[in-house]
Design a protein around this ligand. Structure first.
Ligand code: HH2
Length: 426
């Protein structure tokens, strides 16, 4: 009997590759021509880009140009018979194909020039490493290989997981110092609970709670201090007193808040929420939650920039649990990496939230630490820059492991072509 051929003669292995730098290294490992590596890296992955409201006349041109470079595009059937005025679209192309496509689109009419510029910016933002820091009003938050950890200090009687524990200034100061000792890269002071249905706190009361804590911490902490407030007057006082960032769960929708931030050197977190904490859970019907949240954040960034806040001062946050069902929060977390396309660092806060309870069956918020840590690691894997958490020590430990994994993936390729691809990411 002839011997059966070995089933693994060629050791066929589907490569588990992550960042482009790792792709370059795997290609180099075949002893391929270094120049070829530089070219092939750009072919290694399809980047699907979703667009909204592509005009009727632009959509067929877009598809035609994509097909011409070897990619493709999906748009509404109604484009063919002119029964729709516009269509959303999904573009499918490799990095190399986009490099051929974009100059061609820039020469076309019907808004395709602007569309090309937007696609280019989104791709670079998504695939790139992002900014290396966010400069606050007084101190700077360096960003790096692993997400930075923003530790939560609630100076409130009614926060959903720790209300009343640090309402006393001395307790709040001690908590902030403990979180920094545990590895927090910044602290977030909040004096108004934003849990669903929370009673709004007048700005004077909010400031009365914040002021003694903030003024003590400013002299003691080296890390940036963020203030979680929806009120422009509180933000202004806090920045003057030494706060670095404004964490606005209303996404800078109040023009006075934009003026307050623009007139200072503070950075700001733009978070998505529908309505206010008091009303947000009354309307959780979304056609497409990812699309709506993305649109809201994109518009908020545009408005902020028009009002004089440069993108380098902004972060975005999809606002898990804010006017969302548990399923919707999970969907947003699942796709959190998409928000990197907005071109500013992404912050996410999952810690102790009720959607973690929904997913794990754990009714007690303080017993959701492990689920919160899992969410932080997932966020890290998807390029989130900052995670907001009550549970700093276990989150920092988990992210240190994740950072080791990431560094193993990012070991540098040896050729200059591979390195060049890796440096800009592509
Ligand atoms: N979540 C809470 C509060 N502020 N800010 C941002 N940017 N992102 C979040 O996910 C976020 C936030 C809710 O947590 P907590 O502060 O502990 O609760 P409460 O609002 O009840 O004080």
């Amino acid at each position: 009997m002839p011997e059966a051929p070995a089933r693994h003669r060629f050791a066929a292995r589907v490569l588990d590759w992550g960042p482009p730098v790792e792709v370059a290294r795997e290609l180099e490992a075949t002893d391929s021509d270094p120049e070829g590596v530089g070219i092939m890296v750009r072919k290694a992955r399809i980047y699907p880009v979703r667009l909204e409201a592509v005009p009727l006349k632009a959509a067929p041109l877009l598809k035609q140009e994509l097909l011409a470079v070897g990619g493709d595009a999906a748009h509404a059937r109604g484009i063919a018979d002119h029964s729709v005025p516009s269509s959303s679209a999904v573009l499918l192309a490799t990095w190399g194909q986009y490099r051929h496509l974009l100059p061609k689109l820039r020469r076309q009419p019907f808004g395709l020039r602007q569309l090309a510029d937007e696609v280019d910016r989104a791709l670079r933002a998504y695939a790139g490493r992002g900014p290396s820091e966010v400069a606050g009003a007084h101190r700077t938050l360096p960003l790096g290989a692993r997400p930075r950890v923003l530790g939560v200090v609630n100076v409130t009687p009614d926060s959903f997981s720790d209300g009343g524990r640090s309402l006393e200034p001395a307790a709040a100061v001690a908590l902030a110092e403990r979180l920094v000792a545990e590895g927090a890269d910044a602290v977030d002071l909040g004096a108004e609970s934003t849990r669903p249905g929370a009673t709004p706190v007048p700005p004077e009361v909010e400031w009365r709670r914040l002021e003694p804590v903030l003024s003590t911490l400013v002299g003691r902490l080296r890390v940036p201090i963020s203030v979680d407030t929806r009120h422009a007057a509180v933000a202004r006082q806090a920045i003057d007193a030494g706060a670095d960032l404004v964490n606005d769960v209303e996404g800078l929708r109040d023009p006075a808040m934009r003026v307050a931030v623009a007139g200072s050197r503070a950075a700001a977190v733009v978070m998505h929420m529908r309505g206010t904490p008091a009303t947000m859970q009354t309307d959780t019907a979304y056609g497409d939650v990812r699309r709506e949240v993305y649109r809201f954040l994109a518009d908020a960034l545009d408005r902020a920039e028009q009002d004089g806040i440069p993108p380098s001062k902004l972060l975005v946050d999809p606002g898990l649990g804010f006017g969302k069902t548990a399923e919707q929060s999970v969907e947003l977390l699942a796709h959190v990496g998409e928000f990197r396309s907005l071109g500013v660092p992404v912050l996410v806060g999952a810690s102790r939230k009720s959607f973690l309870g929904w997913a794990t069956g754990e009714p007690e918020p303080t017993a959701r630490v492990d689920a919160g840590v899992a969410a932080a690691v997932y966020a890290a894997e998807h390029g989130v820059s900052v995670v907001r958490t009550h549970d700093v020590a276990p989150t920092v430990r988990a992210l240190r492991l994740w950072e080791r994994i990431e560094l193993a993936r990012r070991a540098s390729p040896s050729s200059s072509e591979g390195k060049a691809a890796a440096e800009a990411e592509l």
